[in-house]
Design a protein. Structure first.
Lengths: 425, 483, 216
C-alpha cells in the first residue's frame, strides 16, 4: 500500500493560541504567483497604498490580483529571497502602522445568499490562492460548468512539524464550518467532507462539537500515513475514485482548510488575502509556535519576535516542511502565500550514500506508483524515462526518506523530469 | 541575517540502513547454522562416527568459505581497482562480501573438498560479483554461480567422497538425498518409497534428512522468513508465490496419480526448495524491485523448478531455475513498472498465468509415466505362432508392409536363419523383391543384416521384410533358444 | 614491423576483433591442433593477401567477394592436400575445420579491408601479423585447456612423422589436488577460457593504454 508512517514532531508547535505579529517595519510583497513572475505592477515608487489595495495583477489566463498587506508608501522594488531558493522581485512598502483600509470592511450577514457569479468574483478579487502550498488560484476551481458533487476540505496536514491547519481549526472552527456550508449552498454541492488524520482526537472533538448543526458536512478520518494530504491520494481514500488530470472530472473539489478560512474572510468582510498562519517550529527555536503574519514580512523578524534561535551555528533553515521544503542559505526569507512552515533544525552531517541495494522499498512506498530505482538506472535514456512516466512524480520525498543506502532518489527523479521536459521543448 | 549550509532533499530520514538489514539477515541465518552444526557435527560425533575435527567441521567449512570471499574481494579491489588504504576500508565495509561465502557454504554438500570450496569462493566473488561492477551491480546470484562451478567441475570428486551424506548418514541411509531417491523409484512413487526411508514428513520439516548444510531444515528457514518479514528486510512476495506455485503444480500431478496431500508437501520440503526460495531467490540485488515483477518472478521460478525436476534428469532444479530467472529480471521489472499504472490489466494476466500453471501441472501429471526398460517392440510386428523343437524354431510371423501385412514362415536353427518363405503379401511391387533375390541375400548376410540395403522402387516392402527377419531373430535371441 | 605488432596486440583477431571463433572453440582442446591450425591460417592468409593485393585492380566491384572466396579456397585446398599427404594424423585431428578456413572471418575480413585497399608489402606484413597473433592466441588457449583440463600436455605428436623427432608428451604435469578441471576439456570450458582470456587481455591492454596517456 503506498504511503508510509513517518514521525510527526507536531506536539512542539501546538500552543493554546495563535500569536499575532503585525508590526513589520517594511513588507516585501513578492510579485510572483505559482512560479509565474509575469505580473503587471499597478503602483510606482512613492505611491501611497492602503491595506488591501491592489498592487499587481497576474497576466495570462488567471488574472488574479496581488494586494498590499499594510498601509504605507511604496519605497522601492527589490529582489528578495523566495521559498524556492531564488531571488524574486518584490514591492517594498514602508509600514505607517495605521492599518488604513480604503473603503472599510462591509460585513455580510448571510454569506450563503450570494450567487455563484458573485462568489467567484469575490474570491477572485480578494486574490484567494491555495494556502496548502501550491498557490493555485482558488476561483478557477469553482469557475466551471460541470456539476460539483463533493467538496473535500483537506485538514490532514500530513507533513511533519506543520500545525498551521490544526491551529486554524482549533481557533476558528465555527467560521470554517460556516464557510463550508456557504460554499456548498452557493455552488449547489451535495456532500461536504472534512478529512482529518486518524488518531487526532483533539481536532475530532473540536469539530464534532460544532458539526452537529451542519447536516450535509461529515467528518472522515484517513490513516495517519504520509502523503495522505496529497489530493489524488486523499480522493482515492475518501471517495474511492481516480481521475485523470483534475478532480473536477469526477465532480470533486478539494480545498485546504486554511484556504476555506481565507474564503470565509473574503465572503464575510471582502477582506483580501493579506495574512496567513505560518508554523515556526523546529528543535533549534526557543519557542516554536504558530504565528499569524502579514504577507511580505521577513521571516527573520518573526523569529526574533518569538525569542529567536537556541544557537546560531550548525543549524538548518528550511522553508516549508521537512519532506518537501528547501533549505535556504539565509533567514532573509519573505513570507509568501504559499509558505506554510519555517523549520529550524540541527545541522547533521549527511550519511554518505552507498551502492543501491535494489531492495525495492522506494517502489513500494511511492504514492504515484512510480519505480524510482528504475528511473535512477536509466537517467540518461529519455525513451525509457517516458515509458516510466516520471511526470507523475509529486516530489513528496518518500523515496529518499526510506532508502536504506541513503541515496537521494528524489533528485534523480527530478533530473529525469527535467530531461524529459527538455526533450519535449 | 544569518548564513547557513545548503542541502537538498528530505531533511528527515528513516532510521534503517543497509548495514542493519544485512545484520538482520545474518541473525536469521544463525539458527540454520546452529542446526546444521548439530546435525552434521554433533550427532555423528555422539554416535562415534567421527572425531573432534569432524565435530566442528561444519563450522570450519562455513568459516573457510566466508574468509575466502572476503580475502578475494580485498585482493581484487586492491590489485585490479587500485583502491588503497582508507578508500579500501570504506569500500569493504559497504560491500558485504561475507554473504556469497556464507550462502555458498550452506548450499554445497558437506563432502566438498576444501580446495573445491576455496575455488568456488574465488569464482563466486570474481566471476559472480566483481566482474559486473561489485556490490549492487551483479546480475547473477554469486553464491549460486560458485555452487554451479563447483558442482560441474568437481561433481565426480564430491560423489566419490560421499555426496550430500555426512559420516553418520552414510552408514544408516545408504541411498542419496530424497530427490535423488525419486529418480530411483518406479513410477511416481508412493509414501513408502519416497518418504518412509527417511522417516516421516515431520523429519523432512525438521531437517534430519540428508542434504546440503543449510538446505534441509524447513522449520528454521520458515522461522528466518518470519523474522525477516517482520523486520522488513526481504521481498516476501517471492518465496510465498514460489512455494505456492510448486505446491499447486505438484498437487495437480499427485492427484492425477491418486496421491494424497503428502506428495506436494514432500516436494516442497525436499531439494532445498525452502532455503532456495527464502534466502537465494530473495537476494535483493538480483531480484526484481517492482511488486508485480516479484510476483511474476516467483511464478516463473516455481514453473521452472517443477519442469526441471520432472522433465529433465538434471539434479539441481532450484539452483538452475534461480540462475535462469536472474537473466530475465530486467524484463520483469519493465513489465512491473508499466503494470503499476494499469493494475486491472495486470490482474487479468495474473489469472492467465495461474491457468498456465495448472495446465502445466495437468500435462506433467499425464505424461509422467516412468516405464522401466520398455523393450522397443515394433508395433507392426507380430508372431502368429512358434514351433520349438530343440534348437530349431519355426516362426510364423506378420509384418506390416506397404498395403497390408506380409506373412512369412521363418526357420531358425541354432541361431542361424535357415529358410524364409513368404506366405502372403499384398504389396503391388513385391515381385521386384523376389526378382532381386532379396530373400537369399538376407539369409546370406544375416550376420550383418542391419547393413543390407533395401531395394529401390519397393523400399517400404523390402524394409518390412528386412525388419521382419530382424525382429524374428531378436525374439529368438531373447528367448534364449540358442543356449 | 609496426604492422606485425599491430596484428598481435592491438588487433589480435581472437582477443580483440573476436573473429574466427569457430575454429578457436573447436580445435583448442589439444595444444598441437591449435598451433597447427594457427599456422595453416597464417599460410592461407599470407598467400591470399599477396595474390589479392596484386590483382585487386582487375576484379570488378560486383563480383569481388566470390572471387576472393575462390582465391582463398584455392589456397586452403592446397594446404589441405599437403597436410593430408604428409601428416595424415593431423589432417584427421583438424577434421572439418580445415576446409572451414575458407569461410573463416579473419581471412575474408582481412582480404576485404586490407588486401583490397593497401599495397602488396603492407598486405603481406599485415597477414604475417594477424597470422602470428591468431597462432599465439590459439596456442595459449590450447595450452591452458590441455594442461589444466587433462593434466597432460603433448607438445609434438602428429608432427613427429614429418619432423623426424620423437613425440614430446608429458603426463601428470600438475599434480595438485585441485586439477584436473574436467570442464575445460568440454566445449563449455572453451567458452569459459576464451571469455576469461579476452577479459584479461583487454584489461591489461587498457591499463597499458591508460598508462601511456598519463605518461604523456
Amino acid at each position: 500500500m503506498p504511503g508510509q508512517k513517518i514521525p510527526k514532531f507536531k506536539d512542539m508547535s501546538i500552543t493554546d493560541k495563535i500569536k499575532v505579529y503585525n508590526k513589520p517595519k517594511y513588507v516585501y510583497i513578492p510579485l510572483i504567483c505559482q512560479n509565474d513572475t509575469n505580473i503587471t505592477v499597478a503602483v510606482k515608487k512613492g505611491d501611497y497604498v492602503f491595506k488591501g489595495s491592489i498592487i499587481g495583477k497576474r497576466k495570462g489566463n488567471f488574472r488574479i490580483p496581488i494586494h498590499s498587506s499594510v498601509s504605507g508608501t511604496v519605497v522601492d522594488f527589490e529582489e528578495k529571497l523566495y521559498l524556492n531558493g531564488e531571488k524574486v522581485k518584490c514591492v517594498v512598502i514602508e509600514n505607517d502602522f495605521k492599518e488604513k483600509i480604503e473603503d472599510g470592511y462591509n460585513i455580510r450577514k448571510k454569506i450563503s445568499d450570494l450567487t455563484k457569479e458573485e462568489f467567484i468574483e469575490i474570491i477572485k478579487n480578494c486574490g484567494i490562492v491555495g494556502l496548502g502550498g501550491a498557490g493555485f488560484p482558488t476561483y478557477v476551481k469553482y469557475n466551471t460548468n460541470q456539476k460539483i458533487d463533493t467538496l473535500i476540505v483537506n485538514a490532514v496536514e500530513c507533513e511533519p512539524y506543520i500545525t498551521a491547519d490544526h491551529m486554524i481549526i482549533k481557533e476558528k472552527c465555527e467560521e470554517t464550518l460556516e464557510a463550508i456550508d456557504a460554499i456548498m449552498e452557493i455552488n449547489n454541492i451535495k456532500e461536504g467532507i472534512i478529512a482529518i488524520k486518524k488518531g487526532d482526537n483533539t481536532l475530532k472533538n473540536i469539530i464534532n462539537n460544532f458539526i452537529g448543526t451542519y447536516l450535509r458536512i461529515k467528518l472522515v478520518e484517513v490513516p495517519n500515513l504520509y502523503p495522505m494530504g496529497w489530493e489524488r491520494e486523499l480522493i482515492r481514500r475518501v471517495k474511492k475514485v481516480t481521475y485523470n488530470k483534475l478532480p473536477i472530472e469526477k465532480g470533486i473539489i478539494v480545498n485546504n482548510v486554511s484556504t476555506i478560512y481565507a474564503i470565509y474572510e473574503a465572503l464575510k468582510l471582502d477582506k483580501p488575502l493579506i495574512e496567513r498562519v505560518v508554523t515556526f517550529t523546529g528543535e533549534m527555536l526557543k519557542q516554536p509556535q504558530n504565528v499569524l503574519v502579514k504577507i511580505g514580512t521577513p521571516a527573520s523578524e518573526v523569529i526574533e519576535f518569538i525569542e529567536g534561535y537556541k544557537r546560531n551555528k550548525d543549524i538548518k533553515f528550511i522553508a516549508g516542511g521537512p519532506m518537501m521544503g528547501l533549505a535556504l542559505s539565509s533567514d532573509d526569507l519573505i513570507i509568501s502565500t504559499n509558505l506554510n512552515c519555517v523549520l529550524v533544525v540541527k545541522d547533521t552531517i549527511d550519511i554518505p550514500p552507498i551502492e543501491c541495494l535494489r531492495c525495492g522499498k522506494c517502489v513500494q512506498v511511492c504514492p504515484a506508483k512510480l519505480s524510482p530505482v528504475l528511473i535512477k538506472d536509466r537517467i540518461n535514456d529519455t525513451l525509457r524515462l517516458k515509458e516510466l512516466e516520471c511526470e507523475r512524480c509529486v516530489e513528496c520525498g518518500l523515496c529518499s526518506y526510506i532508502c536504506p543506502s541513503k541515496i537521494n532518489v528524489r533528485e534523480y527523479v527530478k533530473k529525469a523530469k527535467a530531461h524529459v521536459r527538455g526533450e519535449v521543448n | 541575517m544569518k548564513e547557513f549550509h545548503l542541502h537538498t532533499g528530505p531533511y528527515i530520514k528513516d532510521k534503517n540502513r543497509t548495514s542493519k538489514m544485512m545484520f538482520h539477515l545474518l541473525i536469521a541465518l544463525i539458527p540454520i547454522i546452529i542446526f546444521s552444526f548439530i546435525k552434521n557435527g554433533v550427532i555423528p560425533f555422539v554416535k562415534d562416527k567421527t572425531d573432534f575435527i569432524g565435530l566442528i567441521y561444519p563450522l570450519i567449512f562455513i568459516l573457510i568459505s566466508c574468509l575466502t570471499t572476503i580475502l578475494t574481494e580485498i585482493l581484487y579491489v586492491r590489485i585490479c581497482l587500485g583502491k588503497k588504504g582508507h578508500n579500501l576500508k570504506t569500500y569493504i565495509m559497504h560491500s558485504y562480501s561475507i554473504f556469497p561465502g556464507l550462502f555458498l557454504a550452506l548450499v554445497l554438500p558437506i563432502n566438498t573438498p576444501i580446495y573445491a570450496l576455496i575455488i568456488g569462493g574465488i569464482i563466486a566473488t570474481i566471476i559472480g560479483k566483481m566482474l559486473y561492477g561489485g556490490f549492487g551491480n551483479n546480475i547473477f546470484n554469486p553464491a549460486l554461480i560458485g555452487c554451479l562451478f563447483v558442482m560441474t567441475i568437481y561433481g565426480g570428486v564430491i560423489s566419490t567422497n560421499g555426496g550430500y551424506l555426512n559420516s553418520y548418514e552414510i552408514d544408516t541411509i545408504s541411498s542419496a538425498t530424497p530427490l535423488s531417491n525419486v529418480a530411483l523409484v518406479d513410477g511416481i512413487g508412493t509414501y513408502n518409497t519416497l518418504v518412509r526411508p527417511y522417516g516421516s514428513l515431520w523429519d523432512f520439516f525438521l531437517g534430519t534428512i540428508p542434504g546440503a548444510l543449510g538446505e534441509t531444515s524447513a522449520l528454521f528457514c520458515i522461522l528466518g522468513f518470519i523474522y525477516l518479514t517482520i523486520t522488513k528486510v526481504i521481498k516476501w512476495k517471492i518465496p510465498v508465490i514460489y512455494v505456492a506455485t510448486v505446491f499447486a503444480i505438484t498437487y495437480m500431478i499427485g492427484s492425477m496419480h491418486g496421491l494424497g496431500i503428502w506428495y506436494p508437501l514432500f516436494q516442497i520440503l525436499s531439494g532445498g526448495l525452502m532455503f532456495g526460495a527464502i534466502f537465494m531467490a530473495t537476494d535483493p540485488v538480483t531480484s526484481p524491485t517492482t511488486p508485480i515483477g516479484q510476483v511474476l518472478y516467483g511464478l516463473f521460478l516455481g514453473i521452472l523448478t517443477v519442469i526441471f525436476r520432472y522433465l529433465t534428469p538434471y539434479p539441481e532444479g532450484v539452483l538452475t531455475s534461480i540462475l535462469t530467472m536472474n537473466m530475465f529480471v530486467f524484463i520483469l521489472d519493465r513489465i512491473g513498472s508499466k503494470a503499476r499504472f494499469n493494475f486491472n490489466k495486470s490482474i487479468l494476466s495474473f489469472f492467465l498465468a495461474w491457468a498456465l500453471i495448472l495446465l502445466i501441472g495437468c500435462y506433467i501429471g499425464n505424461t509422467f509415466v516412468k516405464e522401466d526398460e520398455t523393450d522397443n517392440k515394433d508395433p507392426n510386428f507380430e508372431i502368429v505362432s512358434k514351433n520349438v523343437v530343440d534348437k530349431v524354431v519355426t516362426y510364423t510371423v506378420t509384418q506390416k508392409g506397404f498395403s497390408g501385412k506380409i506373412k512369412a514362415r521363418i526357420v531358425i536353427d541354432d541361431g542361424l536363419i535357415k529358410t524364409i518363405d513368404i506366405l502372403e503379401q499384398n504389396d503391388s511391387y513385391f515381385q521386384k523383391i523376389i526378382d532381386a533375390n532379396y530373400i537369399d541375400k538376407l539369409i546370406r548376410e544375416q550376420e550383418t543384416i542391419e547393413k543390407v540395403d533395401t531395394i529401390s522402387g519397393v523400399t517400404i516392402s523390402s524394409t518390412a521384410v528386412k525388419k521382419m527377419v530382424i525382429n524374428t531373430l531378436a525374439d529368438y535371441k531373447e528367448s534364449g533358444y540358442a543356449e | 614491423m609496426k604492422t606485425i605488432i599491430n596484428g598481435i596486440i592491438k588487433e589480435n583477431p581472437t582477443f580483440v576483433l573476436l573473429l574466427g571463433l569457430c575454429p578457436t572453440l573447436a580445435v583448442t582442446n589439444k595444444f598441437e591442433s591449435s598451433y597447427i591450425m594457427g599456422f595453416c591460417v597464417l599460410v592461407v592468409l599470407l598467400f591470399s593477401n599477396f595474390v589479392i593485393s596484386i590483382i585487386k585492380k582487375l576484379i570488378p566491384e560486383s563480383v569481388r567477394i566470390p572471387v576472393y572466396i575462390l582465391i582463398i579456397g584455392t589456397f586452403v585446398t592446397i594446404v589441405e592436400l599437403l597436410l593430408k599427404e604428409y601428416v595424415p594424423t593431423l589432417h584427421k585431428a583438424l577434421g572439418i575445420y580445415l576446409p572451414l578456413i575458407v569461410v573463416n572471418c579473419i581471412v575474408l575480413g582481412r582480404a576485404l579491408t586490407v588486401a583490397s585497399k593497401k599495397s602488396v608489402g603492407q598486405s603481406i606484413l599485415d597477414a604475417i601479423g594477424i597470422g602470428i597473433g591468431f597462432t599465439l592466441a590459439l596456442s595459449l588457449i590450447g595450452f591452458i585447456r590441455e594442461i589444466f583440463g587433462t593434466n597432460t600436455i603433448t607438445l609434438i605428436d602428429g608432427l613427429s612423422e614429418v619432423l623426424e623427432i620423437g613425440k614430446l608428451k608429458y603426463i601428470n604435469v600438475i599434480n595438485l589436488p585441485i586439477f584436473p578441471i574436467n570442464i575445460l576439456a568440454s566445449p563449455s570450458g572453451a567458452f569459459l577460457t576464451l571469455g576469461l582470456l579476452v577479459g584479461i587481455f583487454n584489461a591489461i591492454r587498457n591499463r597499458k593504454g591508460r598508462g601511456k596517456l598519463e605518461s604523456n
